[in-house]
Write a protein that binds this ligand. Structure first.
Ligand code: IMP
Ligand code: MG
Length: 171
């Protein structure tokens, strides 16, 4: 059973806000270019919507990581693709669908740091509060949520439900 949780309208208004904040942040830094790294698969819809609200020059690349089986993190994170763009001395903005334990991002950031970027900032649409073991500051958060398993708007349960235009709780 799916319980409606965050509507299409609420998602789109938070994305406009995030886009404004991110644009301001990088305009103030007076930087010419940022590299947006989208963590697939879950962030694909979020990224497509958010980048159209970002008003500073950017390049976009994708990473594929996986650690989940069903509703639980296996704790073992796999990166399934090498970075195509040169990240040295670049400002990186990571776009993630959801941070739960934070283990995936801890792993991804450790890998990214080896490429010597100038800065790494993080934007996540959803953050599960209380539970995360994430080691870094999270710069932009859409919604803080309780410890529930959510689906839709890119997020899946065993690859299903990504196509929902709202976020639901799977009961
Ligand atoms: P973490 O490593 O525990 O922070 O989880 C990272 C990834 O697991 C997220 O980027 C999602 O792709 C997936 N994930 C975590 N929680 C959920 C959820 O509630 N629904 C769907 N996917 C989730
Ligand atoms: Mg993900």
């Amino acid at each position: 059973m799916i319980k409606k949780f965050i509507s299409k309208k609420k998602i789109s208004s938070i994305i406009k806000e995030l886009g404004k904040k991110i644009s301001e942040e990088y305009k103030n830094k007076n930087e010419s270019e940022i590299i947006i790294l989208s963590i697939l698969k879950g962030s694909f819809i979020f990224v497509a919507d958010l980048v159209r609200e970002i008003q500073v020059p950017c390049k976009i690349d994708f990473l594929i990581s996986s650690s989940y089986s069903g509703k639980t993190s296996t704790g073992k994170v796999k990166l399934e693709k090498e970075f195509k763009l040169d990240l040295k001395n670049k400002h990186i903005l990571i776009l993630e669908d959801i941070i739960d334990t934070g283990l995936s991002l801890n792993f991804i950031i450790a890998e990214l740091k080896k490429k010597k970027p100038k800065s790494i900032q993080i934007c996540t649409l959803l953050l599960k509060k209380n539970k995360h073991k994430f080691k870094y500051p999270i710069d932009f958060v859409g919604f803080e949520i309780e410890d529930e398993f959510v689906i839709g708007y890119g997020l899946d349960y065993n690859e299903e439900y990504r196509n929902l235009d709202y976020i639901g709780i799977l009961k």
